[in-house]
Design a protein around this ligand. Structure first.
Ligand code: ADP
Ligand code: ZN
Length: 372
């Protein structure tokens, strides 16, 4: 078992990583369950995770004499909406949730983001516990307190910072996760190596196949190392007020443009877009002379070896670089014609460049789109 503390003034919490954690839930979450004292414990989940894990959760809760009440959303981004947020908050109020109660979020990033936001606003803030079930949610979205829904204007534009009281991670649940979702989450694992930990990047080159195959020890190590990196960054810059937390966005500016161009659809999952975005950030860094070209190509090989897309030419996009760069123009961080860009000096050393002209990015993307 690994316990990673997230040190935040006044609201520190632990991330517990343990194979079999789900079965021990009554014990691991006792401080949050015991207050229910006979009342049913609210669990938010999606239809897939409900079907797969409802019985395990009920059995685990019964060991402490608890019972769950379920709020089940449809799988997919559609659940991160005003409509579902309204239904969920109404449900919590009907249950008579109080500010010292804790709601349990069992699922991927969608369930965690939605539940976190509902708990930020219900009764002006109640507690919640994250039980992330995708690799992406385990290593990234469940830790750090960002919660959000999507609106017509874009993704994650309505949200709140609301930290969970605990994050409980059972790597065994990744056994049922589709391989494509596993690889997409793995992109965010590679991100931690690239942005700040060359040794971890080396380790992933050797052990990545085992991680993706869910071999227990390497998998737990990859999850714990990722969370330690994230916890450190979040503790330094909880609300992204300086450039520290922004480091977590490595590959995301390029990635977001690709997601927008493919309509935020199943054609390109978030993690896949981030994988491509990291290759682009590395190659652009090399073009500027910041990063050795050999390191840029090594990054691309690492990503390709994980079965992730590493060449935007393979996406079959019909647009040009200017159209992709246009998706970045509305970024709230734009300063005149430049956009602060996370680039690489080395594998394991990201930095924020403030002199990147969007027109230069467009020209660079034209070259990438034309790569054979
Ligand atoms: P993410 O965590 O990547 O943000 P989602 O919350 O949309 O994404 O989850 C991705 C998909 O994986 C959804 O269809 C969800 O129902 C499914 N899923 C989540 N966890 C598991 C699991 N442990 N086993 C099988 N499917 C899962
Ligand atoms: Zn991401």
């Amino acid at each position: 078992m690994a316990v990673v503390p997230v040190a935040l003034a006044g609201r520190s919490y632990d991330v517990t990583i343990e194979a079999g954690a789900l079965a021990k839930l009554a014990e691991l979450a006792a401080p949050y369950l015991d207050r229910y004292n006979g009342r049913k414990v609210p669990f938010v989940t999606d239809a897939n995770t409900h079907r797969l894990y409802q019985n395990q959760i009920e059995t685990a809760l019964a060991k402490g004499g608890h019972h769950a009440e379920w709020f089940v959303v449809d799988p997919g981004e559609g659940a991160k909406s005003w409509g579902v947020l309204e239904q969920l908050t109404d449900w919590l109020l009907t249950l008579g949730i109080t500010r010292s109660d804790h709601v349990f979020a069992l699922g991927g990033g969608v369930v965690g983001d939605l539940t976190g936001l509902a708990c930020a606003v219900a009764k002006r803030g109640c507690g919640f516990v994250q039980i992330p079930t995708t690799l992406l949610a385990q290593v990234d979205s469940s830790v750090g307190g960002k919660t959000a829904i999507n609106t017509r204007a874009g993704k994650n534009l309505i949200g709140a910072f609301h930290q969970p009281s605990a994050v409980i991670i059972d790597p065994l649940v990744l056994g049922t996760l589709p391989d494509r979702e596993m690889r997409a989450g793995y992109a965010e694992v590679v991100k931690y190596g690239l942005l700040g930990d060359a040794e971890f990047f080396d380790w992933l080159d050797v052990n990545g196949t085992q991680v993706l195959a869910r071999t227990p020890e390497p998998l737990a190590h990859a999850i714990a190392t990722s969370i330690r990196a994230k916890a450190k960054i979040v503790a330094e810059d909880e609300r992204e007020t300086n450039d520290v937390r922004a480091l977590l966005n490595l590959g995301h500016t390029f990635g977001h443009a690709l997601e927008a161009e493919t309509g935020f659809s199943d054609q390109l999952l978030h993690g896949e877009a981030v994988a491509l975005g990291m290759v682009l950030a590395a190659r652009y860094s090399a073009q500027r002379g910041d990063l050795a070209a050999s390191d840029a190509e090594r990054s691309a090989r690492t990503i390709a070896a994980a079965g992730l897309p590493s060449e935007i030419a393979e996406l079959g996009l019909t647009c040009d670089g200017a159209k992709l760069a246009d998706h970045m123009r509305h970024d709230k961080k734009m300063e005149g014609s430049t956009l602060p860009f996370l680039l690489l000096k080395n594998i394991g050393e990201a930095y924020m460049a403030r002199d990147v002209e969007l027109s230069d990015i467009a020209a660079f993307l034209d070259t990438e789109l034309a790569r054979a």
